[in-house]
Design a protein around this ligand. Structure first.
Ligand code: HEM
Length: 128
C-alpha cells in the first residue's frame, strides 16, 4: 500500500486517542525546551495543543473540526508572527519525533507521520 493511502487512513488506525497522545507528548516537552519555550505562548499551551491536535485529526482523515473553528489552515501565514529559523525548525522536529516514538505506533505509521512533520516543518521556516 502506498503512503498516500495510509495518509488517508491514519485517523482510522490511531484514532482521536492516538493524535491526543502525540500532541500531549509534544506539549509536555515544550516548556522544557530552551528554544521552543521562548516561541510558544506560555499562558496558552493548552489552546495551542488543542489547535495542533484538531489540525492533525483533520489532515489525516478525521472530522473537519479544525476548519470549522479556525477556517482555512494557511499554516505558513499563521506562523509568520513567530520567528522560525533552522534551529527552531530542527527543535520542533526533534520534539515531535520524540513524541511520535513515545506514542508507540507501528513502523509504517511512524514513517508517514515523520515524513509529514519533517517536510511541513521545513515549509514553516520564515527567517534566515
Ligand atoms: C517549524 C517549527 C514550528 C514552530 C516553532 C511552531 C510554532 C507555533 C506557534 C508558536 C504557534 C502558536 C500557538 C497557538 O496556536 O496559539 C503555532 C500554531 C500552530 N502550529 Fe506550529 N510551529 C511549527 C511547526 C508546525 C508544523 C510543522 C505544523 C503542522 C504540521 C504546525 C501546526 C500548527 C497549528 C495547526 C497551529 C495553530 C494555528 C491556528 O489555528 O492558529 N506547526 N505553531
Amino acid at each position: 500500500m502506498s503512503d498516500f493511502h495510509l495518509d488517508d487512513r491514519i485517523y482510522d488506525v490511531i484514532g482521536e486517542a492516538g493524535f491526543a497522545r502525540i500532541t500531549a507528548a509534544f506539549f509536555v516537552r515544550v516548556p522544557e525546551d530552551d528554544v521552543l519555550s521562548t516561541i510558544y505562548p506560555e499562558d496558552d499551551l493548552e489552546g495551542a495543543e488543542h489547535r495542533l491536535r484538531e489540525f492533525l485529526i483533520q489532515r489525516f482523515g478525521g472530522p473537519h473540526r479544525y476548519s470549522r473553528e479556525r477556517g482555512e489552515p494557511r499554516l505558513r501565514a499563521r506562523h509568520m508572527p513567530f520567528v522560525i529559523d533552522q534551529l527552531a525548525r530542527d527543535r520542533w522536529v526533534l520534539r515531535m519525533e520524540e513524541a511520535v516514538s513515545e506514542a508507540g505506533f507501528g513502523d509504517e505509521v511512524n514513517r508517514v507521520l515523520r515524513a509529514f512533520f519533517d517536510a511541513s516543518a521545513t515549509f514553516m521556516i520564515n527567517r534566515d
